[in-house]
Write a protein that binds this ligand. Structure first.
Ligand code: SPQ
Length: 432
């Protein structure tokens, strides 16, 4: 695919797709709750459809009329062994959270598989706490990669200090704790996204959360609920960055989720001097307006990292257009996502002349650089089968004004944002 930018910049209004993390969890919570859960604005992207298919395989009746998804939950006790291995596709969230549920199913042994990218990602991080609770999680090699087998049992409650802040590990433990007698708790040094904690309470359960310490007392009975999924700030991030770096742009983003454990990118943009306005619609969502801006360097490290972990690839692109040296530290987790996102970002943006030093746990981005292919001929930007790298490449390509760039492997973008190029078209008008 070739992209060409409209000389007047990106202008217009978009409603970003539904939140991926919340969509996954609404299927899972609907399945372990009792009664009917309706889900409006569910994200119909590959990752969340993997979760939906897995819970159907576990015997949950899930209807989809094309608008609303209805989950008829009957509690943990009615989940049944699947005939085939559960296929989590590309989705780390699916396999890790679901394993917390599977671990509590006494006497059930379930195999989970995934695609080539997911099959490289470590599951040791969930094996350790779930085995401390009494389950068995076996997988391949030292990192415990897929396929894994989760053997459920009557678990015992534990307290777990997490070695790295991870919403997926935290959620697996809390989900297991919901079906386990006694108090199960987790502690993390920096606070990762809290959708699981919020949803336990929304579904009529009780999860206490104070300063990185979250706990549930099990067993708990959850009741079905009606959910409308807000827009995903991780998807909005691509337009936030595009609006700030493409000259002449002004983009209005509607219905963006503003859960404070996810809004690190807004703090970073403000610290860099970007023109961004966040106008809350209510407690959950906001309209965000961004305009092309002169940007300065910043330092991104410590507690903010989990609040913007998935946005770091596109924030690195943003930093190529800021004056000075932007530092990203404490982001080692980027190396174990759909691909090694530190190496992927540095490799792809360097093809366009960006000056980026890779470090073990982040990057130093020396700005401001023009982004045009450094090699003769056609420069291919590739996704490494990672949706967020694919979208970062597409936004970077908008700045190219000499030489030839081609995007390859964009099908990966369907993992979280199937309408990405339609939305780009709507504010650009110049895709050829
Ligand atoms: O689900 P998956 O594949 O792990 O997706 C990613 C993404 O970029 O979409 C990470 F690769 O998001 C994770 C995120 O990084 C989604 C998530 C969640 O919904 O709980 C939590 C984060 O991962 P972690 O490592 O903090 O648990």
């Amino acid at each position: 695919m070739k992209l060409k930018i409209n000389s007047s910049g990106l202008r217009g209004e978009l409603t970003v797709p539904a939140d991926k993390s919340i969509s996954h969890r609404s299927i899972m919570f609907g399945s372990i709750a009792h009664g009917k859960t309706t889900i409006k604005n569910f994200l119909r992207a590959e990752d969340c459809l993997s979760t939906l298919a897995c819970f159907r395989q576990l015997g949950v009746e899930i209807e989809d009329d094309g608008e609303v998804i209805t989950v008829h939950g009957q509690g943990f006790e009615h989940l049944v062994p699947p005939f085939e291995p559960l296929d989590a596709g590309n989705s780390g969230t699916t396999v890790r959270l679901m394993s917390g549920i599977l671990a509590t199913l006494d006497g059930l042994s379930t195999d989970v598989i995934g695609d080539a990218s997911l099959s490289k990602r470590p599951m040791l991080r969930i094996k350790t706490p779930l085995e401390l609770m009494g389950a068995s999680v076996s997988g391949q090699g030292e990192k415990i990669t897929l396929p894994i087998t989760v053997k459920g049992t009557k678990l015992k409650a534990i307290h777990y200090d997490m070695p790295v802040a991870s919403a997926q590990v935290k959620s697996a433990i809390l989900l297991a704790g919901l079906n386990t007698p006694g108090e199960t708790s987790v502690r993390e040094d920096a606070i990762s996204r809290n959708h699981t904690e919020e949803m336990i309470n929304y579904f009529g359960g009780h999860c206490e959360s104070v300063k990185g310490h979250s706990s549930v007392i099990g067993p708990q009975r959850l009741e079905g609920r009606d959910i409308t999924v807000p827009g995903d700030i991780s998807s909005a991030a691509f337009w936030i960055v595009a609006g700030l770096i493409v000259p002449g742009s002004e983009i209005i983003l509607r219905n963006v989720g503003i859960n404070e454990t996810r809004t690190g990118i807004i703090d970073v943009v403000k610290a860099m001097g970007g023109d961004i306005k966040v106008i809350p619609d209510n407690e959950l969502t906001a309209t965000i307006v961004v305009r092309y801006s002169d940007l300065n360097e910043t330092v991104i490290e410590g507690e903010i990292i989990p609040r913007l972990i998935d946005e770091l690839p596109v924030i690195a692109l943003l930093a190529t257009q800021a004056k000075g040296d932007t530092m990203i530290r404490d982001a080692h987790e980027l190396r174990v996502k759909e691909t090694d996102r530190i190496t992927a970002v540095a490799t792809e943006l360097r093809k366009l002349g960006a000056s980026i030093d890779e470090t073990e746990d982040g990057m130093i981005i020396h700005g401001k650089t023009r982004l045009n292919p450094v090699a003769d001929g056609v420069t291919e930007l590739t996704t490494y089968h990672d949706h967020r790298i694919g979208m970062m490449n597409a936004i970077a390509a908008l700045l190219v004004d000499s030489g030839k760039v081609e995007l390859t492997g964009e099908a990966a973008i369907n993992i979280s944002y199937p309408t990405f190029f339609d939305d780009l078209d709507a504010i650009n008008h110049s895709i050829i």
